[in-house]
Structures are given as C-alpha cells and as structure tokens.
Design a protein around this ligand. Structure first.
Ligand code: 26W
Length: 821
C-alpha cells in the first residue's frame, strides 16, 4: 500500500527541479551525491506538510509532551528509514528507477549522523521512532555536534581515528530555527541583592555567554503522518557590537565570546562507559540543557499555561546522568526567573524529572570536581548545595546519627558533585534498562537509595525499533514474514511474530527462512570482499560480535577462543570442524589503550589465520572497519551466532542482542542484561548460555577475585593460548606486543585484580558452548528451527513495548492522531 498523497510524477518533477536549483544540473549529469541531495529535499517537502499538521494537532489537543534529554542520538541514515515509515519506499524506488537511478546507491551517499557512541545513543533514536509511531508528542533534545563519532580506519591492525565531518555536504533533513535562539551563560560571579521585602535576588555578573541555535530534525512515525522533532543545538557567538564604533574593551570581549562559543559543540566525546571529567563536556551538558529548558518553559507559557502547571504538560526524561544538571537548571529558572518559592519549584521539578540509569560500571559515574563545577556554573552550584542540604536533612531524619549513610548518599562529597545522586534525589522515577540490571541497582549499587525511596525505582527493559532493524535492514525477511502472516501489521505490533512459531515444524518454511539468511550472508560477504578484500564462505557459520570495544564486553574472550580453535585445527587436522567465520566490529575510545591492544590482537590473529592455507579456509576472522548504524543493518541480517558474552552483571541491557534475535541469529551469551529475558522468551534450548552468574561474579568481586594461575596450570590448551600472547606468534616475532594483555589476565602490574572480567574463569564454559554451536549447526534443520524461533519470539523486544511501559508508569502522556484534513 502506497501513501496516496505521494504523487510519483510530481515527485520526479520535484527531483528535477531540485537538481536544477541546487546544482544547475539534470538527472543525467548529476553525481550520486547530488541526486541524494535532490531526492532528500523532495522527500523533506512531503514531510513538511505532516510536520506542520503534527504541531498543530499537538497544540490543539493540549498534549503533555515528553522531552527526552540526551547527550546522544545515534539516529543513523534518514533517507531509507523515512521512506519506509512514510510507506513510500517502493514507490520512490520505482520513481527513481524510471529516471535511471538506483535508490540503494543513493542511500549509500548519506553520511551516518553519528551523534552517539553506542547503546545509549542508539536507544534514544529507537525511542524517538517508537514515540512518533505510537502517536505520542515528543521532543528529543541534544547537541548538534560538528563532528560526530570518529570514523575508524585500521592501519597495520591498529585503529586510527579520522574526524567525522558529517556536515561536509550539508544535511538535507535538518531545519535551522534561528527564531528559537536562547542565550546560555557561563562563569562569572553571583551578586545577591535584596528587594524591599528582603527577598534575595541572585544576579550573575561578569559571565560569558553564547547563543544556542536550534536545528530540528524530523522524526517520522510509521504510517500515521505523525512527525516529531529531534531538537539539536548549535553554539554561536553573541555578536552585539558595531564594527565601526567599538572600543577595544568591547572588541576583546566579543572575540572572547566567540572563543567560548566556538568549541562547545565541536565534537562528541567518544568515551563509552568511561568518565573523563573534562570541563568542555560539562559545558556541553549545561549548554544544551539550559537551551532546552528555557525553550520548553517559553513554549509552555506561549501555549497559555501557568508555570505551576508544568508537571501536567511536560516530562523530562534524563538519559543517564549526562543531562542531570537539568534538575538544578529547572530550579534556577523557576526560582530566579519565575519567582517561585523553593518549595513550589521543587514540587514541580521533582514531578517533571525522571532518570534512567544505563550502567553500573563505576568508572562511568559522573562526578564533577566542585572547584571546576562552581567556577563554570556558579549559580547552579549554589542551587545544588541547597538541594544537597535539604536531602542530607532528610537522610538524617530517616537515619538519625548515621553519618556513614550521609557520606554514602549525599550529593556533595569529597570535593565532588555526584550527578547520579542528584538525579535520584530529584527525580520521581529511577529506572534500570533490563530486569536483572534493575535488581542489581536496587540491591547492590543503589541499595541505600532503594531502601530510603523504594517507590521511585522501576524497570523498563530496553527494546529496538523493528522499522529500522527488520523492515529496513532485512527486506527479504520482512517480505517473507508479511507473506506468511498475511499482514504487515508486525511493523507496529511485533508480538504478531509469535504466529510464525508453527512454521518451526514446517520443512518448507524452514528452508525458505534459511534461504533468506543465505542471501543476507551473501550481501555481507560482498561487503567484506569490498572493504576487507577477504573471501568468506557463506556456508560457514557467521559468528558475530559487534559493539563498542570494552573489556567487560569481552571481545578478548572471543579472540582467545579463536586462537584456541586454530591451535586445535593445527594439532588435530584429523578432527572435523564446521567452517566458521568470526566477525568483529568495534570502535575503541581514542584514549583506551587496552581496548586498542585488543583490536590489534584481533587483526593480528586474522592475519595469521586467514593466510594459513593448511587449515583449508575452515576458519576466517574478519574485523569490519568503522562499525556504525549503516553497516550494522547489513551485519545483523547476516548473522548466525550473536555473541553476547559480557561478564555477568556488567552489561546493563544490551540492545544489539535484540537486533540479532529479530533477524534470526542465535544468542551465545552469559546470563547478563537483557540476555536473561531473551532466553526466557525463546527458551533455553534455543540459545547457548555459559559462564558465571551475576551473583557468582559479584561474590568473587567482594572477595578479591580468584587465582587465574590455577587455570593456567591446569588447562594446557588455555596455557598455550596465553603463552602465544608473549611468544611472538601473533606479534610478528615481537614478544612484547601483547604483554599487557597477558599481564592483565594473570598478574596485573598496577595492583588491580587479576583477570577482572573473569575471562579465564569462563573460558572452559565458553569453549563448551562453542562446541555445542558447532554440533547444533551440523543439524541444519535443528539450526533452522532455532533461528526461526528466535525471530518468532522477539516480540517483547520492540521499543514500542518499552515506550508503552514508560508512558503507563512514568510519563502518563496521551496519543494524538494527525488528521487527514
Ligand atoms: C560519562 C561517560 C559515559 C558515556 C556513556 C558514561 C556512560 C555512558 C553510557 C551510559 C554507556 C552506555 O551506552 N550504556 C549502555 O546503555 C545501553 C542502553 O540502555 C545498554 O543496552 C547497554 O547495556 C549499556 O552499556
């Protein structure tokens, strides 16, 4: 079904007009990039009507709006996804075909807007897609980074970071909205004045300020004409002096302002799960939060509401602690600017703000040094002091004389501002992102807070959007499902996939299903041939681990196991091994040395293994360069095995695991994050589970770990693999190349716990699970059944379900319908 409002002829004319106006060219002499631009602008033109209608309806219905505050929105390419959601993909494909243009090739001309690191940013993008699809008025608020996540090049096995100049050719879908510009102030000092009633007024002086300029990106609902906005802020200097009449003081001030503005939105911090405490990052945080909150307040008033009604009309969802300064900024706006009393303002703030926790990794916790914080945000710091004073009073009341509690829970402590504590003290809702994660928060990490305020805590298991990760990423499978179910409704109701379950006993259906997997493997094999110049066999098992490189995610366990398998093949050539292609994709934070060493190791192993003719190509290792949303879509569709092997308790949820499952890959994983719930849905017999449980891990951690030397001494195969790290096998003769990795597993030089992530402890169990994978795949029918049942059981993991839970338990917002008129 096509959208009737999309006229093919008109659309073609529009493209030609755009080519003429933008580039003075016709279809015949335009480049692919120019065509991409012209087509995107033609699509945007259609979007505009729905966008205007959505805003009108939202105002008319007096909707409560969700404001999703996030430092990251990893939206991925827009063109194809927008067409899918507008239900015009096929029609545009046809229209372009008639002009002799290939839509697929145009899609590849779009740079990924990489305004995020990994899970947290991509989750935000999935949520926006679901909000629009379900009909909830919502705004994403974030930063328009000039440079997004760096592009990764692999040179001689090492990661090189290349700046991501994603705006190089312009971004056709954004809209600049200078009329919504907000001023944001930094630094200076606070002067207190008293009015005739002795009310204190707080005046910020000698500050530097910048303009926040709004860009809107349309977020299109699926088949419902709803268009929400992703609002991203750019920084510009405030120029308010005349060149002909400035005195030198003004001039220098103006140049200074320009400098403050210039670098704020320059670049996304590429740290995932690691806090670095950089002043510029705090600037970024306050910059987008102040701009977003000021404009929310303005919009509220413009719609004719009293400030005191704010909690009925707006909800701020804080995506991790990164936007938590919102709590204090809202208090400032309400108290200093709107003249509310502290109590009134706190009542509103705590009813408007909710907080999502995405990690228990202690090194990820944001704690700002007080001197830095108070220098940059003097008034905000005062407000946090008052919030802390009152919070500590509450703790005292509840636990009289318990100074230890106060020390553990206060917001300000040891010269630092603890952002998570600020978030929990202020928010009415604190949620984790998978059941296990929430339980760990309640009973370990945030135990004190849960004990004092249990009513705030709740779980919202993550989900992903099937529009991008099934419909767009895997059209073959989507069409097949449509055919089998006799409906496309799974696009908005993923639970319908359950009706595929009977097909698990239908030989025909199973072979069709695996036929589609094969086609998708061919597509990935072609990508690999083109980018890596490696031939991979589509009949081999595609065993995939793609995600950020982090020690807790244990790519190291995976590659050590590959080294083990390779040794086995060499030592026992008589044994049979099912052909396997191990596929990795991962970016390491620029400053994360260990992570970079692991990338180098993976590439070194690939080099040795892929060029060893004696193993007859039974084993291939591929490292996919520059893993990002666009190539992820190709990868998920082609995977047989989904590696989700984090140390139990460390992965809050994982969302890649869900994307693999949706596309019929079988999980090989630990009982961590959302894997627990995946296994619950698909059945333990349709996954490969191994390793320590989260309780066991936590128990070992509390008792100082375990002794990895016992394993080294007892298991000769593991010993051999470890020795190979330091005997030059994979170092081109350099024995020192992987010494640090070796030491981290057996005897860390920095006094930290040996094998902190229990890689050797879980190795034997992982090896067993891998052998089970091998055996299961040999039985093609059994495998097909498992794979199909994974797709059929993924219904729970739609972000539509997640969003409905947020609405029911936290946001309480209402759907709107954007009319045809
Ligand atoms: C301050 C540095 C920093 C940067 C990013 C700290 C923490 C983060 C993120 C919270 C890390 C992150 O992306 N966490 C992931 O969030 C996903 C969405 O909920 C989960 O699925 C992943 O398990 C979790 O690692």
């Amino acid at each position: 079904m096509f959208d009737t409002r999309f006229d093919k002829k008109k659309f073609q004319t529009e493209i030609q007009e755009n080519l003429k106006n933008l580039f003075r060219k016709s279809v015949e002499d335009a480049s692919s990039q120019e065509l991409f631009q012209a087509v995107s602008f033609a699509v945007k033109e259609v979007i505009m009507d729905d966008w205007m209608k959505t805003k009108k309806t939202e105002k008319k219905e007096e909707s409560k709006v969700v404001v999703y505050l996030s430092m990251e929105f990893l939206v991925g390419r827009a063109l194809g996804n927008n067409l899918i959601n507008m239900k015009n993909y096929k029609m545009v494909e046809e229209a372009l075909d008639e002009l002799g243009v290939d839509l697929n090739a145009l899609e590849d001309e779009e740079r990924d807007p990489a305004l995020g690191n990994g899970g947290l940013g991509r989750l935000a993008a999935c949520f926006l897609d679901s909000l629009a699809t379900l009909g909830y008025p919502a705004y994403g608020c974030g930063i328009r980074y000039r440079y997004g996540m760096f592009r990764q090049k692999i040179e001689e096995g090492y990661q090189k970071e290349i700046p991501d100049d994603w705006l190089m050719n312009g971004y056709p879908f954004e809209l600049r909205r200078p009329e919504y510009t907000q001023e944001v102030r930094f630094g200076g000092n606070i002067r207190v004045e008293h009015d005739e009633f002795n009310n204190a007024k707080f005046i910020q002086e000698n500050y530097q300020s910048v303009n926040a300029v709004l860009y809107e990106i349309p977020i299109i609902g699926y088949n419902n004409h709803m268009v929400n906005s992703l609002c991203v802020w750019d920084a510009e200097p405030i120029v308010n002096f005349r060149l002909d009449s400035f005195d030198s003081g003004d001039y220098y001030k103006a140049v200074e302002q320009e400098n403050v503005a210039r670098n704020i939105v320059d670049v996304l911090y590429p740290n995932d799960n690691h806090y670095a405490g950089k002043e510029l990052r705090l600037k970024q945080q306050y910059f987008f939060i102040s701009a977003s909150l000021q404009s929310a307040l303005k919009a509220l008033k413009e719609r004719g509401y009293a400030v005191k009604e704010m909690d009925k009309k707006i909800i701020f969802q804080m995506n991790d602690t990164h936007p938590t300064v919102a709590v204090a900024e809202l208090m400032r706006l309400l108290v200093d600017e709107e003249g509310l009393s502290w109590e009134e303002a706190w009542g509103i703030t705590s009813k408007c703000c909710a907080y999502t926790n995405h990690t228990i990794m202690s090194e990820a916790l944001e704690k700002w040094p007080i001197d830095l914080f108070s220098r940059l945000l003097p008034r905000i710091y005062q407000i946090i002091q008052e919030i802390d004073r009152r919070f500590v009073e509450q703790i005292h009341q509840r636990y009289p004389g318990n100074e230890e509690k106060v020390r553990r829970m206060s917001i300000l402590c040891d010269g630092q501002v603890r952002m998570a504590h600020l978030a929990i003290a202020a928010a009415f809702s604190v949620n984790g992102v998978a059941r296990l994660h929430t339980e760990i928060l309640k009973h370990q990490e945030l135990k004190d807070f849960y004990e004092m305020m249990p009513e705030k805590f709740n779980n919202k298991t993550n989900g992903v959007t099937q529009r991008r990760f099934l419909l767009h990423a895997n059209p073959e499978l989507s069409n097949w499902i449509t055919d089998k179910l006799g409906t496309e409704d799974f696009a908005t109701n993923l639970e319908l996939l359950e009706n595929l379950k009977p097909l698990a006993d239908n030989d025909n259906a199973l072979s069709e299903f695996m036929g589609i997997k094969r086609k998708n493997k061919e597509r990935l094999a072609a990508y690999i041939k083109k980018h890596n110049n490696i031939e991979v066999d589509v009949d081999s098992i595609f065993d995939v681990q793609v995600k950020r490189l982090h020690e807790y995610k244990r790519q190291l366990l995976n590659i050590l196991h590959v080294m083990y398998v390779y040794n086995q093949m060499k030592e026992h050539p008589e044994k049979s091994y099912y052909k396997r292609t191990y596929i990795f994709g991962a970016k390491a934070s620029a400053g994360y040395t260990r992570a970079k060493e692991i990338i180098k190791l993976i590439n070194s192993v690939a080099e040795v293994v892929n060029n060893d003719r004696s193993i007859n190509g039974k084993l291939k290792v591929v490292f996919i360069e520059d893993y990002r949303v666009s190539n992820a879509e190709i990868i998920f569709a082609a995977a047989d095995v989904s590696e989700q092997i984090s140390t139990a308790s460390k992965e809050a949820s994982g969302t890649g695991n869900m994307k693999f499952m949706m596309n019929g890959a079988v999980t090989l994983g630990t009982m961590d994050g959302a894997n627990v719930e995946i296994v619950e849905e698909v059945g333990r017999e349709n996954a490969f589970i191994f390793g320590l449980s989260s309780e066991e891990v936590i128990h070992f951690e509390k008792n100082g770990g375990y002794n990895p030397w016992d394993i080294y001494n007892q298991d000769q195969d593991i010993r051999k693999v470890l020795d190979q790290l330091v005997d030059g096998t994979y170092g081109n003769g350099d024995k020192e190349l992987y010494r640090n990795i070796y030491d981290s597993l057996l005897s860390p030089k920095d006094g930290s716990m040996a094998d902190m992530y229990f890689i050797l402890k879980d190795f034997a169990s992982y090896r067993d699970a891998q052998e089970q994978v091998d055996a299961a795949y040999r039985d093609q029918k059994r495998w097909a059944k498992m794979a199909l049942l994974n797709t059929a059981s993924c219904g729970k993991f739609s972000s539509d379900r997640t969003i409905e839970e947020y609405v029911a338990d936290i946001w309480h917002s209402k759907k709107i319908k954007v009319g045809e008129e």
